[in-house]
Structures are given as C-alpha cells and as structure tokens.
Design a protein around this ligand. Structure first.
Ligand code: ADP
Ligand code: ASP
Ligand code: MG
Length: 416
C-alpha cells in the first residue's frame, strides 16, 4: 500500500490512511507500506536547496529532499502502533534499496527483501520511505519527483506481493485530469501500455517509471482513494478489481470493453525551437541532437521537414520551458552544422489523445484536428505513435483543448 503526500498531509490524514492499513491487516493480509513526504514538504526542501545555491551538489540535494519521507514513515509507524498494530519504519538504506548513483534521478537496481519477508511473515507492518535509496558509494539517492510510486512497485515486486495499491487523492485513473475536465470518468481498468503513455504524456497520477516497472515485473497495480471511508470498502468486495473501488492497471487482454480512446492528457510549459535551412545531408540531425544530449537536455517532440530542393531543411523540436535557455545556447554556439536562423519561444502545451483502439480504428487523429479547429485552436506540431496522437498548441488554450477533446470523443460523464 502506497500513500502519497495529500494522503499524509497532517495528523488527521495520516490516521485516516492508517485505518486503510488496519482494514487490510484485519482481513488477514501481510502489508508493506510505502510513504511519500507530507504534502508540500518536498517542494519546500527543493526550494531550500535552490536558495542555498542554484548550482548545488546533487548528492547534497538528495541528502536534503529525501528527508520528508523519513518523517512520514516514522509518524505512520507511531500511529499504527497507537492503533495496536505491530509496525516498524525503514529508510531506503536500511532495507537496503540499492540504486544507481544518478543523484536526483536514480534508478532502483536491487532490493534485499529477506528481513522484510521475515517481518511480514510475523505480521509486522513495515513502513518504508518512498522516493529514496542508497548508491553503491553508500550515499542517499532519490528517484525523481513522484518517485514513491516507483518505490512501491519495486517493493511489491521484491516481496512478491499479490498487489500494489497506490492510495491517492483521487479514486482512480480518470479519462482526463479531473481537476481540468470535471466531467472526466473513472476507468475501471486500463492497460499497462495506455497507462504508460498517459503517465509519460502528463497524467501525474502515477510516475511513468512505476508503470514501466509494474509492466516488466508483472505487478498488479491499482489506484484508489485514501480519502474514502475505509469501512465502506468492505461492502463492495464482489471479486472485481479486488472488490475495492479504484482503477486496475492490467494486461490489455484482461479488459473486456476496449475503448477507442481511453484518455486525454496535457503537458504545459513546453518550449519550441526551430532551426531553419540546415544542410539536408547525413549527420546534421546527429550533430544537433548530439549537442543537446551532451548538455543532458531531454528533447521531446522532433519534426523535420522534407526539403523542396534536397539541399536544405528545417528542424523543429521541443524541450521543457525550464531548459529553453540552455537548449538555445547548445544549438546556437555550435559549429558542427550550418543554418540560417534559429527561432524559438516558450509557452506551448502538448495535448495527447491515448487509446489502444487507435491501432485498429482509422480517423482518431483526424477527429482530434477537427475538434481543435472547431474551437479555433491552431496546431503547431503533430506527433503520433501506435496508440497516441499528440499536438503542440498555445498554452493559453490547453485546458479548453482537453475539455473539447474529452467531449468530442464521448468521454464526458453523464450529468447527474
Ligand atoms: P500523490 O501525492 O498521492 O502521489 P499526485 O498529486 O502525484 O498524488 O497524483 C494525483 C493527482 O494526479 C490527482 O490529484 C489528479 O489531479 C492528477 N491527475 C492527472 N491526470 C489524472 C488522471 N488521468 N486521472 C487521475 N488523476 C489525474
Ligand atoms: N515526495 C516526493 C515528491 O514530492 C516523492 C513522491 O511524492 O512520490 O516528489
Ligand atoms: Mg504522485
């Protein structure tokens, strides 16, 4: 069971989340718990690092930002003990959760679960800090923002759990972010592949890496609400989705009613850079994107035009707004390729429509373009994959576009 920041925001919320744990314990389950930091804590810790020095040492950043989880793990263990449940807290290094040494974006490599297995066998609830681990140099690492989801899936795989339940402030995965599209509907089930696309294209309800890991390790993943009444859960145990309200992330063949479109997502603050009249010959794209890679800048969308005369072409790509200045510098101060002009601007948004049904249904992309044109929204860039179509638009229209597409694909919940 993993609890996110809002589910641990204060003592009352921690106690409420603990009642969900007690419910599972009372049903005879062995429970390992993964906790995030209390809501807002990690943001504050990140801010302090930036205030201390904008170019801070990544190892010390991890030493600071990992601390929020230690507080909530300890508090959760105390609250559980207070309820008469045997519980113990663990930091990443105590398990240990071994990771790579890329500070701030470490990847879990290995979890030693012997001690945990023994304790779970003795019906002790183990409360483990999410988000953090330990590198081969013995330093504390963190897994990137939202990383507790990944800690939970990795831990579930390590203890061979029957399921990994992600408790958060929504009662499942919705067809769009319910904060943006109030008529979004909860999905009973979603395939790993669609969830992976949704997470990487902006649905932050699960960290992308956690879905990847669940898919690779065959972990049954559910998203459900910690805000719900724990006692009410018992009434709905009917065998589907483990009998508990929420969304089950599972293999595509476990989903009977397949939708053509399962969700609409949004990523804001994308910057667009266009390099005009670069030589149309082998090696130019490699030089441009090599320069960006050397600066560790992650590029998102890439579009290259066909040139009219076979001699020159234009290349456009996007990076997060926060990387715009660095990306501009990397491609401008570069003599490994020739070009005429470089232009760019911050403030775009990427809207994506996702669904496995796109594999077999024509016209999903064209109806996306039609729906946007009806709202007078101009499309700047388009990219597609087998199960998604993404467009870049002006940020100002982002929410409007999500709602318009949600309605257009018939995803709106009936009004009560
Ligand atoms: P936690 O602190 O529990 O990890 P997060 O804030 O990381 O929670 O993720 C939950 C939030 O994800 C929700 O409050 C919701 O606004 C947002 N969200 C974005 N897209 C979706 C979606 N498609 N379905 C559900 N929630 C979504
Ligand atoms: N506390 C960390 C963060 O805010 C990890 C998490 O919440 O999953 O990013
Ligand atoms: Mg989260």
């Amino acid at each position: 069971m993993k609890f996110g920041g809002t589910s641990l925001a204060d003592m009352e919320r921690i106690r409420h989340s603990a009642r969900h744990i007690r419910r599972e314990v009372d049903e005879g389950n062995q429970v390992a718990v993964v906790v995030s930091a209390m809501a807002g804590t990690t943001n504050q810790l990140v801010k302090w690092c930036q205030e201390a020095s904008p170019l801070h040492d990544a190892r010390e950043y991890d030493a600071v930002v990992s601390t929020g989880e230690q507080v909530s793990a300890g508090l959760m263990a105390i609250v559980l003990q207070d309820m008469g449940i045997t519980a113990r807290s663990f930091c990443g290094w105590q398990i240990p959760i071994r990771t790579s040494d890329i500070h701030g974006a470490a990847r879990i490599q290995d979890i030693r679960a012997d001690d945990l297995d023994e304790r779970l066998g003795d019906n002790q609830v183990c409360v483990v800090t999410g988000f953090q681990g330990i590198s081969s140099q013995g330093r504390i690492t963190t897994l990137g923002r939202g990383g507790s989801d990944t800690s939970a899936v990795a831990l579930a795989a390590a203890v061979k759990a029957d399921r990994c339940d992600i408790y958060t402030d929504v009662d499942g995965v919705y067809t769009a972010d319910p904060r943006i599209a109030p008529r979004a509907q909860r999905l009973e089930r979603i395939s790993f592949e669609e969830m992976l696309e949704m997470a990487s294209l902006g649905a932050k309800v699960l960290q992308t890496r956690s879905v990847e890991l669940a898919m690779a390790q065959g972990v049954r993943l559910a998203v459900r609400s910690s805000f719900a009444d724990p006692d009410a859960f018992q009434d709905v145990r009917d065998g589907t989705n483990f009998g508990v309200p929420g969304t089950l992330v599972c293999d595509e063949d476990e989903i009977v009613e397949k939708q053509i479109v399962s969700g609409v997502t949004l990523v804001k603050s994308e910057a667009k850079i266009t390099i005009r009249s670069v030589k149309d010959r082998p090696g130019v794209a490699a030089a441009i994107f090599g320069a960006l890679a050397d600066e560790q800048i992650v590029v998102d969308m890439i579009v290259q035009n066909i040139s009219d005369d076979g001699r020159q072409t234009d290349i456009t790509f996007t990076v997060p707004d926060s990387e715009y200045d660095r990306a501009m510098a990397a491609v401008s101060n570069n003599d490994s390729f020739e070009y005429e002009t470089i232009t760019g601007a911050k403030g775009s948004a990427k809207i994506s429509v996702i669904g496995v049904g796109m594999r077999s249904h024509a016209g999903v992309a064209s109806s996306m373009f039609k729906a946007l044109s009806e709202k007078g929204i101009n499309i700047q860039l388009i990219t597609t994959s087998e199960i998604k179509t993404s467009v870049l638009i002006e940020e100002e229209y982002a929410e409007l576009a999500v709602r318009a597409l949600h309605t257009y694909y018939g995803l709106d919940r009936e009004e009560e």
